[in-house]
Design a protein around this ligand. Structure first.
Ligand code: SAH
Length: 469
C-alpha cells in the first residue's frame, strides 16, 4: 500500500518539517497490523515527495481480533485485499506516523503548517465502492482536482472487466493538515469495509477530524453512514451534532422527503392510499374546517381542496421550500377566487404554541411525528391537543415492523433519512393512548396499506376524538 505526498511550494524540502520526517532518512515504524516505512522519492527546492509504504501482515491481523468479531470463513481471514489496498489501515498509519501533521502542529514552522500550499497526493489501489462518480463527489466539493485510473480485474484477462480499485492523483491547494484529515476520513469511506468495532468513540473521532469541512459537505450523510459502518444509531448521533452550528434547515428535510419515501413505497402506491384514507376519515368525522399540520408539498391539501365539503383548509409547515412546492401544486396564483378563499398556507413550527391553529374541526398530522426529535414530541402533543385542540385528529406514522417487507430497505434502516424514529404498533398505540388520556380524547387505530398477518400494515393511523370540553 502506497501513499505519496508532494508539494511544489518553494523551498519544497520544507515538507520534511511539516511531516516531521527528514528527507534524507528512511524510517520504519511498528504498527499493530504491520510496518510503515517513510522515505522521499524526490527532495529538491522545486518539488519534494514523501512516500508512506504500508506492509500489512495478514497473519497479525487475524491474531489481533477476537474470534467472535470475525464472521468470515477461515481462508478469507488470511487471503483478502487488505494488505494491498488503501483502507482504514492507512488512516491508522497516517494518525500514528504523521500524527503531528494531522493535528496541524509544527514546531518552528507553524506558519507554514497554517498556510495553504499546493499539494499533491497519490493513492495506489484505492477501493472505491460507489465508483469514480462517488469518488469525485467526495473530493471535488472540497476543492480537489482528480486524475483517476481504474484497474482491470486482471490485465491478462481483459474480458473479465474492471475491478473496483483505482489509482488516484489528488491535487489540492490548502493546509497539509486538511489534506491528511480528508484522506483519514474519506479513504475508509470509499473502502466501506469493516476492520474494527465502531462505537461512540468513532463518532467523536469523526466529528473532531471532520471539523470545519464535514458539516457543509454535500455527501456528509453517506460519509457519516459509511464511516460509522452503517450504524443507524451512531450515524444519527453524528449527524445531529454536525448540524448544530448550521442553522437547522427544515427545507432540506422536506425537499427529499417525498421522493425518497415514494421510491420505497411505490409498489404499493401507499402514499395515495394513505391520503385517500385520511380524507375519508376526516369526512366521516364531519370535519369542514381542517388543519394539515406538516403539510409538506401539499399532497393532502390538493385532495382536500378538490372536495367542496371542506370549507376552510389550512396547511402548516416549518419549511418554506415545502410551502413553495405546495403553492405550485395547488396553483394558488391562478385559482378562481372562491376556491382560493378556502385555503391558506402558514409557515410555523409545530413545537411552539400558535394561536392561529385554534378553533378547527380537525387536524391531519400525516407522516410528521417521526420527523420530530423524541424529546420534542411532548411539546408537539401540547400544541396539538391543548392549544389547537380540534375536535378530531387524524395522525399517521410508519409501522416499523413492516420495514422487513421492503426489499430495497437494508435491515435496520429507517424509511427516510430524516426520520428520527419509527415505531412498532405497540409503541405508537401506547404513546397515543397516553396522550388521549392526558388531554381528554378518545383514540382508535386503523392500518393503512396491505395488511400482513405477521407485521401488520406499512402505515398506522390513529383517530382521536375530543371527549372533554
Ligand atoms: N404530510 C406531508 C409531509 C410529510 S413530511 C405528506 O404526508 O406528504 C414531514 C413534514 O413535516 C415536512 O414537510 C417537514 O417540513 C414538516 N415538519 C417537520 N418538523 C416540523 C416542525 N417542527 N414544525 C413544522 N413542520 C415540521
Amino acid at each position: 500500500m502506497l501513499l505519496t505526498l508532494a508539494t511544489t511550494h518553494a523551498p519544497a524540502t520544507q515538507l520534511g518539517f511539516l511531516l516531521h520526517k527528514h528527507p534524507e532518512r528512511f524510517q520504519s515504524f511498528e504498527l499493530t497490523f504491520g510496518k510503515a516505512h517513510v522515505f522521499y522519492t524526490e527532495a529538491n527546492s522545486e518539488r519534494c515527495e514523501a512516500t508512506l509504504l504500508l506492509e500489512i501482515d495478514p497473519v497479525r491481523l487475524v491474531r489481533g481480533t477476537e474470534r467472535s468479531e470475525r464472521s468470515d470463513g477461515p481462508l478469507e481471514q488470511y487471503v483478502n485485499d487488505r494488505p494491498y489496498v488503501a483502507s482504514s489501515f492507512l488512516s491508522v498509519a497516517i494518525a500514528q506516523v504523521f500524527g503531528t501533521a494531522l493535528s496541524g502542529q509544527s514546531k518552528g514552522h507553524q506558519e507554514l503548517a497554517d498556510s495553504a500550499i499546493p499539494l499533491e497526493a497519490r493513492l495506489f489501489a484505492l477501493p472505491c465502492r460507489g465508483g469514480e462518480a462517488f469518488l469525485r463527489r467526495l473530493f471535488e466539493p472540497l476543492g480537489y482536482e482528480l486524475s483517476v485510473t481504474r484497474h482491470p480485474l486482471d490485465e491478462r484477462f481483459p474480458e473479465w472487466g474492471e475491478s473496483s480499485y483505482y489509482d488516484v492523483k489528488l491535487r489540492f491547494r490548502g493546509r497539509l493538515r486538511d489534506l491528511l484529515t480528508h484522506l483519514y476520513v474519506l479513504v475508509p469511506v470509499l473502502d466501506d469495509e469493516k476492520h474494527y468495532y465502531v462505537g461512540q468513540a468513532e463518532v467523536e473521532k469523526l466529528l473532531r477530524v471532520g471539523e470545519g469541512w464535514l458539516a457543509s459537505h454535500p455527501e456528509r450523510e453517506s460519509i457519516a453512514q459509511r464511516y460509522l459502518k452503517h450504524s443507524v444509531r451512531l450515524t444519527r448521533a453524528a449527524l445531529s451534532r454536525l448540524v448544530v452550528d448550521e442553522a437547522e434547515d427544515p427545507d432540506e428535510a422536506a425537499e427529499v422527503k417525498e421522493h425518497e419515501e415514494e421510491v420505497l413505497e411505490e409498489r404499493l402506491s401507499l402514499a395515495d392510499e394513505r391520503m385517500g384514507t385520511v380524507v375519508a376519515t376526516l369526512k366521516s368525522e364531519g370535519a369542514r374546517r381542517v388543519l394539515d399540520l406538516g403539510c409538506g408539498g401539499g399532497r393532502l391539501l390538493a385532495r382536500l381542496l378538490d372536495d367542496t365539503s371542506f370549507e376552510e383548509i389550512v396547511g402548516v409547515d416549518a419549511s418554506c421550500r415545502a410551502l413553495e412546492v405546495a403553492e405550485r401544486r395547488l396553483h394558488l396564483d391562478r385559482l378562481p377566487e372562491r376556491k382560493k378563499q378556502r385555503i391558506r398556507l402558514l409557515q410555523g413550527a409545530l413545537t411552539y404554541r400558535d394561536a392561529r391553529l385554534a378553533g378547527f374541526d380537525a387536524a391531519a398530522v400525516v407522516e410528521v411525528i417521526e420527523h420530530l426529535d423524541l424529546p420534542r414530541l411532548s411539546s408537539f402533543a401540547r400544541v396539538l391537543f391543548e392549544c389547537a385542540r380540534p375536535r378530531s385528529v387524524v395522525m399517521t406514522t410508519p409501522n416499523v415492523e413492516y420495514n422487513v417487507r421492503f426489499e430495497k430497505l437494508p435491515a435496520g434502516r429507517l424509511r427516510h433519512r430524516d426520520h428520527r424514529f419509527e415505531w412498532t404498533r405497540a409503541e405508537f398505540e401506547a404513546w397515543c393512548v397516553d396522550a388521549a388520556r392526558r388531554f381528554g380524547y378518545a383514540v382508535r387505530f386503523a392500518p393503512i396499506g396491505p395488511l400482513d398477518s405477521e407485521v401488520g400494515a406499512p402505515t398506522q393511523m390513529a383517530v382521536f376524538t375530543r371527549v372533554a370540553a
